[in-house]
Design a protein around this ligand. Structure first.
Ligand SMILES: O=C(O)CCC(=O)C(=O)O
Length: 370
């Protein structure tokens, strides 16, 4: 019998979600995808290069957002709107391709880049309701173009331009953050040694039971900063009380959501928050978002660049970014393994309890009949 190749887009036509996507109750969405909040500031970057003018006001707004949430949105960022709409249109066209065409770029088994359902990370116990395409775009000398989808026509060239422009914008923002820490402009980019960039295009198909699943589970990004382009549907959510309450970030046409990652958080000695976030899905619209992760080189040493008076260092000793990432991943996998074990134990206990009740039932029936 021929095996039918399934992607998530084909599963979206079903009326229930498969059990592999169902989250434990404590992880399920608490707030709707379109219950928008305006807590995350939208900051115009117009005048950012004007050293004696707007720059200081922009810096102050960014600092406040980083101290509160580790998230802000930027407009007037200088990246051409036509490039953003080309990138978005071509990405949507890719996800609309038949499963076989997408699976030509299958990235399972640890390949560096391409298409996959849910996540390329191995050992995840519950799947995310998303399809992704990942490009490893910097350093340029390490690009493997055989892993970059060549359909739809023109996407590869547009992605190249997109990643270059976003590298420029990220460096600009890192300059402002360096100044905010009282350091020279280049301090954060220098701390990255040789900056890596990874572009992840997320496609969240319509979901028949969005209350049971997540498009992307709760996490913080490991790197320095992430620039996220999202469409107008909504689904990005943030928490700053460890998942007790959530807000849905208001989509703003043409804006980038900037998330501070773990690396940025450690470099600032914890002064700037690492954005704790997730993506929810819905049964009305599919959603597209494009995350550009700006990461340090794997061997970049990680340590607070500035420890302010009265502060204790958040890291006891410098570790490399690769080591921090390894520890983070193994902690995540351990948590998910423990959760799985606890769930299995609960099921076994329930089963035992049921058997006990049945035995008691039989005994009392015998007593009645005796
Ligand atoms: O799609 C979103 O809104 C969130 C994406 C994200 O957090 C990620 O790709 O890491």
């Amino acid at each position: 019998m021929a095996l039918t190749v399934k992607t998530l887009t084909s599963l979206a036509q079903e009326t229930t979600v498969a059990s592999g996507f169902i989250r434990d109750e404590d992880e399920r969405p608490k707030v709707a995808y379109n219950a928008f909040s305006d807590d995350i500031p939208v900051i115009s970057l117009a005048g950012i290069d004007d050293m004696d003018g707007r720059r200081e006001a922009i810096r102050n707004n960014i600092v406040e957002a980083c101290e509160n949430w580790g998230i802000f949105q930027v407009v007037d960022h200088g990246v051409d709107q036509k490039l953003l709409s080309d990138m978005t249109r071509l990405a949507r066209d890719f996800f609309a391709l038949p499963p076989q065409a997408k699976l030509r770029f299958d990235m399972s088994g640890g390949k560096r880049g391409g298409f996959i359902v849910s996540s390329h990370l191995q050992g995840e116990s519950v799947q995310d309701w998303r399809e992704i395409v990942t490009y490893f775009s910097y350093p340029i000398r390490e690009r493997d173009y055989s892993r970059w989808p060549d359909t739809p026509e023109g996407w590869k060239a547009v992605t190249e331009e997109y990643s270059e422009k976003l590298m420029g914008l990220a460096c600009k923002l890192l300059e402002v953050l360096s100044e905010a820490m009282g350091l020279e402009k280049e301090a954060l980019t220098k701390a990255c040694v040789d900056m890596d960039q990874k572009v992840v295009v997320n496609y969240y198909p319509i979901c028949p039971q969005p209350d049971l699943t997540l498009g992307l589970k709760r996490h913080t990004d490991p790197g320095t900063i992430t620039l996220l382009l999202q469409d107008q549907v909504g689904g990005l959510q943030a928490t700053r009380d460890n998942g007790k309450s959530w807000i849905t970030v208001q989509p703003v046409q043409g804006a980038f959501v900037v998330n501070l990652g773990d690396h940025g958080h450690f470099l600032s000695n914890g002064r700037f928050k690492n954005a704790d976030h997730q993506a929810v899905v819905n049964s009305n619209y599919s959603r597209l978002s494009i995350a550009t992760f700006q990461n340090p080189a794997p061997n970049a040493p990680m340590y607070p660049l500035k420890i302010r008076e009265g502060e204790k260092p958040v890291l006891e000793e410098p570790i490399t970014f690769a080591e921090m990432y390894r520890r983070k991943m193994s902690k995540d996998l351990e948590i998910s393994r423990m959760k799985k074990l606890a769930k299995e134990k609960k099921l076994q206990d329930l089963e035992k309890e049921k058997q006990l009740q049945e035995t008691r039932g039989h005994t009392s029936l015998k007593e009645i009949l005796a």
